[in-house]
Design a protein around this ligand. Sequence first.
Ligand code: AMP
Ligand code: TRP
Length: 340
Amino acid sequence: MGETSFTPRVFSGIQPSGNLTLGNYLGAVKRFVEMQNSGIETIYCMVDLHAITVWQDPDTLRHNTRELAAAYIACGLDPKKSILFNQSQVPAHAELGWLFNCVARLGWMNRMTQFKDKAGKNAEKMSLGLYAYPSLMAADILIYHATHVPVGEDQKQHVELTRDIAAKFNHDFKTDFFPEPEPIIDGAATRVMSLRDGSKKMSKSDPSDMSRINMTDDADTIAKKIRKAKTDPEALPDNLDDLKDRPEARNLVNIRAALTGQTPEQVIAEVAGQQFGTFKPDLVEIAVSHLAPITDEMNRLMADVGEIDRVLGDGANRAAEIAEPILAKTYDIAGMIRSR
Ligand code: AMP
Ligand code: TRP
């Protein structure tokens, strides 16, 4: 990790908008766990305020927030080692988000590809929150003076915008109060693709459930989805370059590598010459043996939502202890009177 004068601190978040996917697991949560276990201070959030930038049914949102907390814990995040909480329980995020709305420029927001992808031709009908989403994300990170942000490839632009917001704030107010955090994007699966279309990212919101593996899928469903995953009739080659124009095949190799902790090069050396009729059943076995214990643990944890809420409440208290002094100082720098 790069040098900064701020104490290293990791922050990341995932939207509790349902269907936590294998992409979220390999691109994000698995990395969150590695960072936690490396001993660095780690803070992980369920970003419910981000989720509501598109419509969320209230009961479903409540369920999904708890389910995401259960997934975090089942994947190996330990509430004693990491701070785990939901975003709306720490109001400092929304408050700093407003200040950053006044720092970020419209031109910067207009360049955000995720907004363009999500809004499509319907930009006029999207919520204002969806447009301002990246400045709230900057607040999530900077309210903790976080220095490192593990994310999948698709979030790189938002973390870069966070750096721009930090730099502009520091410049405008002649201070060096905010760090410029670094995105941490590595591993074999920074962009897991759809099982139906190798040019599209695996996504929670894809209308086809067959396009993704959900962390709640049982073994039979995982097996069916992998068996039916789009591939081609060719055998697997002995080097990755030959997968350049075979995105679906490349995706399955990456998934296998990320699950087993190998590099894609190591996987291709192992499977060279195989047909998918051999490769896929092996991948099913690998995926099920990794995911089944996680799904079982999620189900166990979800049987006691009171305990999950308690963990989130405790996490929120610890998060607020860090965030509140940083918010107070930010208000002070910006000239707000706070005494009463
Ligand atoms: P989201 O579901 O949009 O809240 O994403 C949460 C985290 O998972 C972010 O760090 C994303 O970059 C990551 N992520 C989401 N989808 C994928 C994917 N298909 N491949 C890799 N990482 C992903
Ligand atoms: N925008 C992220 C996503 O959709 C979620 C997110 C919100 C996040 N705030 C964050 C990620 C802060 C990292 C850090 O995936």
